[in-house]
Design a protein. Structure first.
Length: 421
């Protein structure tokens, strides 16, 4: 393998969409950035490397072990570390962060974790150390009712129960400016607390955190979602990356896949269908569980629509009492069913990290070079591997009702630009 430069930023995430929506913040600022789940998809010129650990559905111990194994061989002098966590605390963020800090200590690089998961552009904020969604308690939301890992959304409580005593930087102190944020970092360190939870309700709040000067002799491990990543990218001088060369377009229609049960994604799918020109294919979970012998007719119809140049929306139908522990298996089955259609598609849209990774892996894709952001937390990139085509990924739990239609229009425009180039 040819020698490679060390990336300046390493982003560790528990799923594909989270890895991408953090890394694209740097791509928007002119820095070469990619997300991968295979080392072979990283190229030497990329200053920002985001790795999908695919640990969202793992137990705490297994998720921690996977993060430690990914981080340990990649530590290098001058590397800035960003631990991406879900803005609604899904998965095992506390265990993963505990393992991350342990690896840093082993390497002689003890760090303070600056924890700021707020993503105001998507309605996620932090007040008094607690995560809120659209101004209300996260614990009162359908997202929390459907899937949660902890008794509550109080970040200090979550971290302390994982063995990470945490200090709090409340809004009133934070808004005194970057100097106040830096002082809070120093105080946390002097008090022997390895984590500092930061309140934030606006983009300006996150900018203050990102511009704080680290305490002398201390290393920071940044912890958050796409919001803090965007603030950190904005705090750096702009890059001068040149986008990768495009490849000839495949002539098929777009394949849009909704594998998430979240209300936001399903509302966006309904709105996109209302706008017309999109053929719907509903896929019952029972059909996916039945296995390949039951998929033939549906798989063929979706593939034929794509080959004829139609845009197709494939969506997992809602199932009362669905067992979310089957999510990974259903994502793999959905990807297998849609592989014939995806192989003919001119571009892809996928919502839900497990769904996106499973589908792309089926196509022989190992990574995505990120190009732009079509909406907050919704990146467009160019795939790497056996197929090279434009793809938009989106986390299932956020985005307004226009997002799928908007992503579809942007993909078509991108393909037209590609044809004209």
């Amino acid at each position: 393998m040819p020698s490679r430069t060390t990336p300046r930023w390493l982003i560790l995430a528990d799923d594909l969409t989270g890895a991408a929506d953090c890394a694209v913040a740097f791509a928007r600022r002119g820095h070469a950035a990619a997300v991968t789940w295979d080392e072979a998809a990283w190229e030497a010129d990329e200053a920002v490397l985001a790795i999908d650990a695919d640990s969202r559905g793992l137990p705490a111990g297994a998720a921690a072990t996977r993060h430690a194994a990914l981080l340990r061989p990649r530590l290098r002098p001058g590397l800035s570390l960003y631990k991406k966590i879900d803005s609604t605390l899904r998965g095992q963020p506390a265990a993963e962060l505990t393992a991350t800090l342990a690896v840093l200590r082993e390497a002689g690089r003890p760090a303070l974790a600056v924890v700021a998961p707020a993503f105001p552009a998507t309605g996620r904020t932090t007040e008094a150390g607690c995560i809120r969604l659209a101004g209300a308690r996260l614990e009162d939301s359908p997202l929390w009712a459907r899937e949660h890992s902890y008794p509550n959304a109080d970040l200090r409580n979550v971290l302390e129960n994982a063995g990470l005593p945490a200090a709090l930087l409340p809004l009133a102190e934070l808004r005194a400016g970057p100097e106040a944020a830096a002082a809070a970092m120093r105080e946390a360190l002097s008090a022997g607390r390895p984590a500092l939870v930061c309140d934030a309700t606006t983009v300006a709040d996150l900018d203050i955190i990102a511009r704080a000067t680290p305490p002398a002799g201390a290393e920071l491990a940044w912890v958050g979602s796409g919001g803090l990543a965007a603030a950190l990218a904005a705090a750096e001088p702009p890059g001068q990356d040149h986008p990768p060369r495009r490849s000839p377009a495949v002539g098929g229609g777009l394949l849009l896949v909704v594998g998430s049960l979240a209300e936001a994604s399903r509302a966006a799918a309904s709105r996109a269908l209302d706008q017309g020109g999109l053929r719907r294919f509903g896929i019952p979970p029972a059909l996916l569980r039945a296995g390949p012998a039951a998929w033939g007719s549906l798989a063929q119809r979706v593939a034929e629509a794509i080959a004829a140049g139609e845009d197709a929306l494939a969506i997992i139908e809602a199932e009362p009492g669905a067992d979310l522990r089957q999510g990974a298996a259903l994502a793999q089955a959905l990807a297998a069913l849609l592989q014939p259609a995806a192989s003919r598609a001119g571009g892809l849209f996928a919502t839900g990290g497990e769904t996106a990774r499973a589908l792309l892996s089926r196509l022989g894709v190992q990574g995505i070079r990120l190009l732009e952001e079509v909406a907050p937390g919704v990146p467009l990139g160019l795939t790497r591997g056996a197929r090279r085509l434009p793809v938009v990924t989106k986390a299932g739990g956020f985005g307004d009702t226009e997002i799928i239609g908007h992503a579809r229009r942007r993909l078509h425009a991108w393909l037209q630009e590609e044809t004209a180039a």
